[in-house]
Write a protein that binds this ligand. Structure first.
Ligand code: AMP
Length: 226
């Protein structure tokens, strides 16, 4: 089925170098932590889809689509868009054969939904950790419309109130690894890879959420809660 949204990977076929079976990775971290850079690099190494919900939403806004017009104010204010909308978008774009997800899940509700889905549940989540002050100075120097200092502060506050509990949820399910992001992109990339590499080609089963590398993956549909 054709996706309803402007789904695309940053990877070209030439760049894809599959190194193992389907791998599903969630990248988390404050806005400005470097998820975009690291997510694209990791997806290239793994030969899987890179999916950034922020990129998808910005493309909708730029295209002035009905969805884009509906969410523009919320995104530009630095707030999160409603869960049902983001889940419908992810549902139509995500590749069950493997992914690196950047910007999703961002709330406990979103994490519950994706981890409960056998065919889509992440094998690992990596938080790229940077201090709030570092994140703020990176955000305000890159010049995106939602990176104005007040909005950047709002986005960092939303991260603390909405996303930090989501990380606790993932940690409680033994899915979370933390990586120091307060260095240059190449060093951080090595740290991210060190967290992911041991899982390649191994089976990993969680009692509450059985997932295993190399097993056939299931349907891509999951239902938005609420
Ligand atoms: P990002 O580029 O990931 O920082 O996302 C930019 C903006 O898109 C966020 O500030 C939110 O307004 C919106 N957004 C991205 N991902 C999500 C999500 N998982 N849930 C709700 N809103 C999101």
């Amino acid at each position: 089925m054709e996706p309803q949204h402007g789904c695309r990977s940053r990877l070209t076929e030439r760049e894809v170098r599959p190194v193992g079976p389907a791998c599903r990775v969630v990248l988390a971290g404050r806005p400005g932590a470097g998820k975009g850079t690291q997510g694209a690099r990791l997806a290239e190494r793994l030969g899987v889809q890179y999916l950034s919900t922020g990129d998808l939403l910005r493309a909708e806004i730029t295209a002035r689509s009905p969805l884009g017009r509906a969410i523009e104010g919320v995104v530009n204010a630095g707030d999160l868009i409603p869960t049902a909308l983001i889940m419908a978008m992810v549902d139509s774009c995500i590749d069950s054969d493997g992914y690196v997800l950047d910007g999703f899940p961002r709330t406990v509700e979103q994490a519950v939904a994706i981890t409960a889905h056998e065919g889509l549940a992440p094998h690992i989540a990596i938080e790229i950790v940077v201090p709030a002050q570092v994140a703020l100075s990176r955000l305000t120097s890159r010049g995106r419309s939602d990176d104005d200092v007040n909005i950047a502060c709002r986005r960092l506050a939303v991260y603390d109130t909405e996303t930090a509990p989501m990380l606790s949820y993932l940690a409680g399910h033994d899915l979370l690894r933390r990586v120091d992001g307060n260095d240059g992109p190449d060093l951080v990339e090595r740290r991210v890879w060190a967290a992911v590499e041991p899982l390649i080609g191994t089976r990993r089963t969680h009692p509450a959420n059985p997932v295993a590398f190399g097993l056939p993956t299931g349907t891509t549909a999951f239902v938005a809660a609420g």
